[in-house]
Ligand binder design. Structure first.
Ligand code: XIL
Length: 372
């Protein structure tokens, strides 16, 4: 009886940890995507969640072999850093940035100011901030940005600072951070960040704004304005005027269904207009979700379409001199925010370049093709 229970517990446990490879089967490779970056001088990165490394011995070796940039997947959200008033917790973020440093990779604090309008249940903004009166909340935001950016200053080259502050029509949203009903909270956040880290690259980030559309028009206008607005900062002992913002992050959560991926020509045009205004671009959260069967697998035909999309979008970035890097929102189907969020992505999965056993998928080859 006890044996049966124990076997049952092991089965349940292995189902919960997803599909971590059985002992002895962690695939190895001589080189990774990062070895192909020298020519394009490209940052090639992944979202990284510390918890995944604990129960999966393939997670770290693969992340380190493949990527020269790590983005904390959740560790730099405000509910992680500032869950409790008066105390900051940088432990996971610091661990990720030291892992990156140890392996000569960059580390990009991500989505410091974000209140997802479509997912209030994620609780990204802690209640102690949400319940403050508007004036106080604005001051909290400015101090929070200052403190977080000061913490990382000197250790990181870039921040994805403000996330998802526009709706599809290009109207400013921002949820609880938007205390005045205008875009001044975005300006205040960037100013506070610039003053705290004079020479880092500061990005605004959003989804559905990869191509030219009303939302990306609004982001383009804002980015131009914030790039033109400067503050005096000290860099290498001299006072200089530094722009509030350097670039725009394109999330690139896409799929193969109708309307789930932007037209690459329009993405290229959007990146080009940002370039014309002196702005950097980064693909910040790329994944390509597929319809999957009960066991999480996709069809060969869909895996080929996924390969094409990875290839095309990575190529689009590489072709643009102002596209400074690409971050994938996870790299293995063993650990995926798409699979975890089935209410948002019913029946979708298999979104990443490696399968659940860490074998490279056609998508991986597509990325490689784009990079060589
Ligand atoms: C997601 C993480 O992947 C999840 O683990 C977390 O529960 C919620 O946030 N757009 C973004 C990312 O800008 O920060 C989100 O990441 C995915 C959507």
């Amino acid at each position: 009886m006890f044996r049966l229970l124990a076997v049952g517990a092991v089965l349940v446990a292995s189902a919960l940890v997803g599909c971590t490879p059985p002992p002895g089967s962690c695939p190895e490779a001589e080189s990774g995507l990062r070895d192909l970056t020298a020519v394009q001088n490209l940052d090639i990165g992944t979202a990284y969640r510390a918890q995944f490394a604990q129960d999966d011995r393939c997670y770290d070796p693969t992340a380190i072999r493949e990527f020269n940039s790590l983005t904390p997947e959740i560790a730099t959200f405000s509910n992680r850093i500032a869950a409790v008033e008066g105390r900051y917790d940088f432990s996971e973020a610091d661990a990720i940035c030291s892992l990156a440093r140890e392996h000569e990779a960059s580390c990009q604090p991500h989505n410091i100011i974000w209140d997802p309008q479509d997912h209030p249940e994620w609780g990204i903004v802690p209640d102690w901030i949400r319940s403050q009166p508007p004036d106080q909340r604005r001051q909290t935001m400015i101090r929070y940005v200052h403190d977080v950016v000061t913490h990382f200053s000197g250790q990181v080259e870039a921040y994805t600072l403000v996330n998802e502050a526009f709706d599809g029509a290009g109207q400013v949203t921002g949820g609880t951070w938007n205390t005045l009903g205008d875009d001044s909270f975005i300006v205040d956040a960037f100013r506070a960040a610039r003053l705290a880290d004079p020479d880092a690259k500061l990005f605004y980030n959003d989804w559905g704004a990869e191509d030219i559309n009303p939302k990306s028009d609004a982001i383009f206008a804002l980015a131009q304005r914030l790039h033109a607005e400067t503050v005096p900062v000290e860099i290498n002992g001299t006072i200089q005027q530094a722009p509030l913002l350097d670039g725009v992050g394109l999330q690139m959560h896409i799929g193969i269904g109708p309307g789930q991926a932007p037209d690459p020509t329009s993405v290229a045009a959007n990146i080009a207009r940002l370039s014309g205004a002196g702005l950097l671009v980064r693909i910040t959260e790329m994944d390509v979700r597929l319809p999957v069967a009960e066991d999480g697998t996709a069809t060969d035909a869909d895996l080929q379409r996924q390969r094409e999309l990875y290839d095309t979008m990575v190529q689009t970035c590489i072709n643009a001199p102002n596209c400074s890097g690409i971050t994938f929102w996870g790299f293995t189907d063993a650990h995926s925010w798409i699979t975890e969020n089935q209410s948002s992505f019913p029946g979708q999965g298999a979104a990443h370049p490696f399968d659940r056993q860490y074998r490279p998928k056609p998508a991986y080859q597509g990325i490689k093709d784009a990079m060589t």
